[in-house]
Design a protein around this ligand. Structure first.
Ligand code: NI
Length: 136
């Protein structure tokens, strides 16, 4: 059963919040507030080094020497954390690799950073989420 609480906001901040709600397709303020609270709590779990889940997204040059080997090597080094990897050959030059990772926040970040920093990786991101209590 959801509980209600009321919040006071300055008019300008509320106006900006309503624009945010519109732009992001939320049906109402409650739905937007719930998402923002969960996101903040998940960020806190990551900060605390909890057990987390992440998705590393990489776009890289297929022709860069030994890069695919290095991407694979890093994943073997973190094999306890890697859950699944999907590789897509985007076009003649570019590959997309998506790695689902699960483990202690510090290890997951370390692994993601190792991959993202490799020479020839054109774009790399770590999406942070959690299996934790905050998603209930
Ligand atoms: Ni490829």
């Amino acid at each position: 059963m959801a509980e209600r609480f009321s919040t006071s906001l300055e008019p300008e901040l509320l106006k900006q919040f309503d624009r945010f709600i519109d732009k992001n397709g939320y049906e109402n303020r409650s739905e937007a507030v719930r998402d923002l609270i969960r996101r903040a709590l998940i960020a806190e779990e990551w900060e605390a080094g909890a057990e987390v889940v992440g998705v590393v997204t990489l776009v890289f040059d297929h022709h860069q020497r030994q890069l695919q080997d290095q991407v694979t090597e890093a994943q073997h080094e973190f094999h306890h954390e890697v859950v699944s990897t999907t590789h897509v050959h985007l076009d003649h030059h570019n590959c997309l690799e998506v790695v689902i990772v699960r483990g202690k926040a510090g290890r997951v970040r370390e692994m993601a950073q190792r991959l993202i920093a490799l020479r020839g990786v054109k774009d790399g991101h770590l999406t942070t989420t959690s299996t934790g209590r905050n998603l209930a």
